[in-house]
Design a protein. Sequence first.
Length: 299
Amino acid sequence: MPNRAPNGVEFLQAADWQRRGKAKIDWLWHGFSTRLGGVSRSYCAEDSPGELNLGFTASDSRDAVLENRRRLAEAVTGNPATPLVTLRQIHSNLTVLSHIADSNRQTPRKGDGLITSDPGVLLAIQTADCVPVLVADRKRRAVGAFHAGWRGTVKRIVESGVGRMRMEFGSVPEDLVAAIGPCIGVCCYSVGDEVLAGFESQFAYARELFHDVFDSDPVRTKYPMLFLTQRAPGHSPIGPSLHLDLVEANRRQLIDSGVRPDAIHVVGGCTNCHPELFFSHRGSGGHAGRMMSVIGISG
C-alpha cells in the first residue's frame, strides 16, 4: 500500500530500505509516485480530486506540474524546495553524472540514467509503463536512477549505469541495493516479433523473458462460436500473444552487474492493471500523465 504524506501525496517505497536495523539506510531519500495527491485535472473525471501528473505533457498546465513536483519533493524529503534533476529521456544507454547545479538547467540533459554523490538533490525518472530502477551504494553514499523501456533494456541501460557508478564513485556491486518500481507487467505487455529479435540479439537468456499469454476477452469467453474460423488448425490468427517480462529483464541485468539477488526489491504492481493508482500509456491509449521515481542523499 502507498504511503500517504501529510500533503496528500501517495507514494511507494522499498520497505526493506525503511526498516529499522541493519537494512535501514538513514541518509537515503527515495519514492515511487502514484497518480494520487496532486492538482492536475487533465487525466481524471470531472468529479474526481486532482492528480499527481509530474510530466510536462501537452494536456496539462506547467503550473500544475510544477506544483505537483513540489508536493512530491515535500512528501519524500520534507521540503518542497528540494531541487529535482530530470532528463530528456531518449530510450538510450546513456547515464549522466549529475550535480546539484543541474537542477537549475533550463533544458534537461539527454539520457536515461542519472547518478550522483551530491547530497540535497533528488534524481528523477519519469515513467508511465516503462521500468524505473533506483540504486543506492550503502557505503559510498551514491545513488542512481534509471529509465528502462524495452529499447533501453536491450541497450543495457541498468547494467551500464551500474558500471558508471563503479567508475565514478568506486562502487562495489556487493554494497549496492536496488528497487524496481511500478511498470507494465508481463500480464499486460504484449509485444511483436521485432522486440523478441532485439532481445535475442543481445541476451543468451532472452527466451526466458518471453511468455505466450492468452489474453482474456470476456466477449470471446461468453460467445466462443462467434470467433470460430474455417481455416485449418494452426492457421487461424486466434491464439496466444507474446508477452515480455521487463521486470525480470532488468533484475537479470542488476544481477549480471554484481548486485546480490537478495538486495533487489520489486515495488508496486502492473501500471496497466491498476489505473486507479498508476498512469499507463498503453492502458490509456496514449493519454496519460507521468509518474516519477526519485532518489537522493539527504543533506
